[in-house]
Design a binder for this molecule. Structure first.
Ligand SMILES: [Zn+2]
Length: 61
């Protein structure tokens, strides 16, 4: 059951946290967390990263 009012907020646990697209670590209330979004085939894609370092290492698939 997903609470539609919570968005990567206080209820994030390791089980439902997004994973860093570079190192795979769960991102739980990480203040250095980065998110990028882009549109691909009319869908919005999202990639999460722990910090700028992982962001810059991402190969972008
Ligand atoms: Zn990472």
């Amino acid at each position: 059951m997903v609470d539609p009012t919570s968005d990567l907020g206080e209820d994030v646990t390791e089980e439902n946290a997004p994973r860093c697209s570079t190192c795979g670590d769960p991102i739980v209330q990480d203040p250095t967390h980065r998110v990028i979004t882009w549109v691909e085939n009319d869908d919005v894609q999202t990639a999460h990263f722990c910090d700028d370092s992982c962001r810059s290492q991402w190969d972008g698939q």
